[in-house]
Design a protein around this ligand. Sequence first.
Ligand SMILES: Cc1cc2nc3c(=O)[nH]c(=O)nc-3n(C[C@H](O)[C@H](O)[C@H](O)COP(=O)(O)OP(=O)(O)OC[C@H]3O[C@@H](n4cnc5c(N)ncnc54)[C@H](O)[C@@H]3O)c2cc1C
Length: 382
Amino acid sequence: MKRTIFSEDHDAFRESVRQFIAKEIVPNLPDWEEQGCIPRDFYKKTAEIGINGLQIPEEFGGGGIDSFLFNTVVYEEIGYAAASLGGFQVHLNTVLPYFLEYCNDEQRRRWFPGFADGGLVSSIAMTEPGIGSDLAGVATTAVRDGDDYILNGAKTFITGGINADLVIVLARTDKDVENRRDGLSLLVVERDMPGFSHGRNLHKIGMKSSDTAELSFVDVRVPARNLLGEEGRAFGMLGHNLSQERLSIAITALATATAAVNLAVEYAQERLVFGKPLAGFQNTKFVLAECATELAAGQALVDQALVALDAGELAPADAAKAKLFCTEVQARVIDKCLQVHGGYGYMTEYPIARLYADARVTRIFGGTSEVMKSVISKSIGL
Ligand SMILES: Cc1cc2nc3c(=O)[nH]c(=O)nc-3n(C[C@H](O)[C@H](O)[C@H](O)COP(=O)(O)OP(=O)(O)OC[C@H]3O[C@@H](n4cnc5c(N)ncnc54)[C@H](O)[C@@H]3O)c2cc1C
């Protein structure tokens, strides 16, 4: 189906991004997966072609673009190339929006140029060993002491946690609250602050080019000037920003599932079974036709959500619907496309195997499918 949300400018940008990915990502991905992270100089390279600073104001070296559509082009093209760059995507798609939305003028001057030129890498630490879905229950504390907060706690599963120079940490700043959603704040912790350390790079079944870490905070003195937004209001800030994060996950889910269908079509045309191309069997055609149809339905949902996001009108329940639907479609489609590959699909040298392993997490991070259903059910009065 023809998409109507992109202009000629987006199409031209897409072409240059596609060429960049073919040259700078595709050949390097196996090495990055082996190393368990993306090298720092990659962020400099993407900065050179303007990807990092798309939405950063021009005065700080960015592109000054309000719309999220150029970002969408980048993440779609990464997915179409059957790649996933968790740390990079979280840095720009999840963390940067918090800085764009909530930094004061002094913080903008301090951090925006580093985001735009690729010198700064960031992550966000909400999840703890004992708390994931129920974020209001975080045990990490930040107690005010003069001009600082004293931060204590532990976080886990933090994407980009090894590479990060700046980590947004969700912590409780006030225990005496009636509603436990109050009294939570976001603090920006810097890599070299005494008492802050990261553990090993956690081993995952997929997303292997993405560093995922446990973080520890022991009496870390975080200056009050590193408070992001208003003290005690983090829950509302998360609620606001999670919509864009969830839509980003939906975008990537559809793009990687599209890559899977393309791989399966190509494979089915080449592979001979019982003396004729696999693509010639009605089952193959029907399975891939179902996949293409599911992708088209997901695309319509995502494109409508993107229009709402750009208009500042994306409701949390609608973002949740997009994430829920597209990540479940991704799982079904990639599974079917792997089946088309037979035993070769189970071999890690085939990109479909990587897509299969990478896809599993999209129904978990950014809020699980069950949490999405809770958000949606509230919106229909349940
Ligand atoms: C690869 C990876 C990268 C990640 N990156 C980050 C990151 O950068 N920053 C960060 O802060 N976190 C990150 N996470 C954490 C992720 O967001 C959490 O894993 C996720 O929110 C779920 O939390 P949990 O693992 O504690 O599961 P739990 O909350 O313990 O949930 C366990 C199960 O219970 C279900 N459940 C929970 N509540 C309900 C309910 N009310 N009704 C029904 N079922 C429910 C869940 O859906 C799930 O199936 C990452 C996780 C992974 C795996």
